[in-house]
Design a protein around this ligand. Sequence first.
Ligand SMILES: [Zn+2]
Length: 430
Amino acid sequence: MNLSALCYILLLMAGLTARTAPLGQLRSASQISRDPQAARALAWLEKNVGAINDEQARITAIPAPPFQEAARGAYLRKLLASAGLRVSADKSGNIIGELPGSNEKEVVMLTAHLDTVFPPETVVKVKREGTRFTGPGISDNGTGLAALVALARALREAKLKPERTILFVADVGEEGEGNLRGMRMLVENLKTRLKFVIALDGAGTDYVTTKALASRRIEITVTGPGGHSWSDFGLPNPIDALARGITRFIRVKVQESPRTTFNVGQIEGGTSVNSIPFRASVKVDLRSEQGSELERLEGELRQAMQSGVDEEVSAARAPGGIGQSGALEMNVRVLGVRPGGELPANSALLAALRDADTFLGNQSRLERSSTDANIPLSMGIEAISIGAGGTSGGAHTLSEWYDSTGRELGLKRVLLTLIGVAGIAPGDSR
Ligand SMILES: [Zn+2]
């Protein structure tokens, strides 16, 4: 027996002893590929890459700024309905297409986030040269959304009925201050029925996110009396206070292991160059592989910013009146908390993905990242986030690009993993 055959058998055994999938429901990728319906679905994906690319360009051209995903959501609703799914929307704006399984008590969710990081005024036109597409959001998450619809269509065309119910979900609020609100609502509504989550995010086949990176986003606002730059010179200045605080904070030492990072991402305030501002604020992103480090860093941030304010107040040059101490006020607002978590090594979902990779001759590495999978992972529900094939670059910039070369590998990888955990309904219940 050669090494890869041995690995294959070990993987299968790992899958069969894994936690959530009872015996008989986990199927190996090679078994799935021999099922006539699944084979038809795989072939459909391969044949329709051109049409999937076209759909991706159309989806991307509909703006979906944070908290304004409704127009793109309505379009996805139409697409999922035309793929033969029963489609509904929940209160947060998630679009949910249901493919009932023979066992409707258990649910596998395939998701792709609708939102982009781009503000409403961004021009989201897509430029196309052969297999290469350029435009804001084309890959993150045009790729995931196009794959979501394609997978639904492929299963429909092949008349494949799964064992567990599959929900195809275009969800809201993945990026930034969206704070994973769409995924939070999905997990809350499905409760114990939800067994597996596969989040499609961007391009690629070379990684699988199994570890959820914990993060906190914090906004610090400083307010003061404000005044005229000349006649009120010496009054405490909120921008100066922030600058003093930021200068302290960015000197804080962070660990390489557990990897811990910070980013001062946005700063705003003031009204004109010749006014002492009455308000200024800064947004900071903190991340760590370890929750306790994240807490420590947040403490450092609060302390540094408070010291900056105190220093500015005590340095105020204006005598008496509102320039005295207490004239600056600092407010801390937590914009987002993304909990951490990790997929257990004996996860059935990871076994299914590994098996699909082996079958397709694909290699992928485990990654830690902040994605929609954070929410289920933090609650002990098996979840991964993966790319949906092809290659990309410049995510979150205006020059974002996507190249669909090799896209079919990514689509097949998703399908084999999805069916690996959803199963195929026994013949008599189809
Ligand atoms: Zn994304």
